[in-house]
Design a protein around this ligand. Sequence first.
Ligand SMILES: Nc1ncnc2c1ncn2[C@@H]1O[C@H](COP(=O)(O)OP(=O)(O)O)[C@@H](O)[C@H]1O
Ligand SMILES: [Mg+2]
Ligand SMILES: [Zn+2]
Length: 386
Amino acid sequence: MSYLVLARKLRPNKFKEVVGQDTICTTLKNAIKSKRVAHAFLFTGPRGTGKTSCARILTKALNCTSSEDAEPCGKCENCLEIGQGSSTDVIEIDAASNRGIEHIRELRDGVKFSPAKCQYKTYIIDEVHMLTTESFNALLKTLEEPPAHVKFILATTDFHKVPATVVSRCQRFDFSNITTEVMVEYLKQVSSAESINVSESALHLIAKSSTGGMRDALTIMDMLISFSGDSLDDESVAELLGINEIRKIDALLKGIIEKDLDLVTDLFQGIVAKGHSITQLLTDLMKAIKDLSLVKSLPEKSVQWLHFYPDQYELYQELSGKTTVATLQKLFEIVLDVEAQVKRSSQASICVEMGLIKMCAVDSLAGVAEIVSILKNPDQVKKKRQ
Ligand SMILES: Nc1ncnc2c1ncn2[C@@H]1O[C@H](COP(=O)(O)OP(=O)(O)O)[C@@H](O)[C@H]1O
Ligand SMILES: [Mg+2]
Ligand SMILES: [Zn+2]
């Protein structure tokens, strides 16, 4: 049998198998149980969080002939045909590749006919935000008052591009990113079911790298398994995920802030020797300076979306105590300058080294707030100096 990637092999087939979207699944199940199912749904949220999976589970649950607790049985003719994608009563349209009016016209003509075997004829329109304005307009009337035997499930990763007229005709469900903790728990089950030996901290790295999307996490697992076989050690996971590279950039930034030129030049040589391109290094350094500025300026909960690797936030907190926002601005400007020089010069490496020397020499510039506080209270500074 051909190898099936984890993200396809492990597609949830029941609501209870969907991870991290409990409110959505409970609401959908309750609607089915109380027979108050809307005629049009809009599933929104980031990629790989379960929208398509839930659309198919809902379709099966609505048409299953022996469903229990509003879950599809997975065994009846309808469940099997929908699962295989061979049911003529379930029409999946990928709006990314079928944006045109002709597909929606076809759909509009098709809704009139009753389903062949299922109770409902279901239209699943994926990436619905990709439809043209003309197509959206053609869809509106049908979406507002479809025949009783029709259900629509629209899905999108880009909610803001869906016209309000469409949104207001649907029952909306927002799929959220899956939290690191929930994802690690799930990946633990997956690795034990697949007999893969991997530590919890390595699973943390995978979860963090996938930025909340389960499909991405499973794709990363697949990649790691194909590199390392069924035993993944922490060091090779960090290496393959590129986390070691980021750690080196952070070490470089730490050296700059601590004005340790010796260390900084050493690290720079090491990074270049490893084949890191200079442009990539400058981009990564800029991002690190920007992230550190955010950590310095905002409370922890406001910067969670930055997706730090383990220990990174703690490092940034330590560094933010040793520098000022104004210094970070200055460092950022120097990197920008160096980037422009590198584009013009044939001596990229020398330009970067000069830039690093300059950065290590940036005097600890005080921010405006700090200057004001010194001016207001000069005695404090004198006391400090004594
Ligand atoms: N909430 C989830 N729980 C479990 N697996 C998930 C979840 N979301 C995504 N996946 C995994 O990712 C794959 C793709 O999910 P899919 O439902 O197509 O995501 P979306 O449509 O939101 O991009 C699934 O086959 C499954 O392996
Ligand atoms: Mg999808
Ligand atoms: Zn069934």
